[in-house]
Design a protein. Sequence first.
Length: 267
Amino acid sequence: MRNLLEVLDSLIDQWGNKKIILFLDYDGTLSPIADQPSQAVLPSENKELIEHLVKNPKFLVVILSGRKLSDIKEMVGIEGVVYIGNHGWEIEGSSMHFESLVPLHVSAMMEKIKYELITQLCEIQGVFVEDKGVTLSVHYRQAAADQEFLVKRIFDYVSMPYRRKNELKSHSGKKVLELKPPIQWDKGKAALWLLRKQEILHGKGEVIPIYIGDDTTDEDAFLALKDKGITVFVGESASIAAQYYLSDPDDVTEFLRHISDGVYERL
């Protein structure tokens, strides 16, 4: 993979008058990873650059997160942005609203599992369970390294009976374990849904998606948008499907700074 900043000028020259959908993950992309989710504050420069891009009619800025929709909206707080929460399960902004319909029995099952997880994990310091409505997350970033195996073992013990019956699906991220309904929906499908809506408005081939993310859950979007736009992994380790990389959130800020200045010069 090449660093996106090395080829950015040539890519901007190719955009012409096309609509750009800029998909930006939050934790680890726009904001550095923090010990507690509440500590992952959006840097002021990134906020100013996004506010600048939102005013440009050539851009539709989309901020995605595994956080629930209300949380990511509060943490970013920018009008004109499309927000995608819960790994694609909730979408809101720019005169659109999408929210998955989760059956009541699934909600009741999630509530029961949440109680079981809290009960069995409560004595492990640095671990907490986050209820995001549609999904459940077990965070263990602050747990001691020798406790991580126990956290994963308890998570599997509680969730496996439901996973075996395909009542729930699980996936892991950066020091987080998550449970969600077994419906085939993820960040990639949410990105495609939004891309198709924009293609209806502007014409197929007239919309370029740019997706930037740092986690395993972003791989779904990298695969979904393969050959449709530009996909960028944030981090030093290799991505399975992304075309380019940015080293860290500072590189992401440099990218936003460059396109904010560069695109305005070319329009």
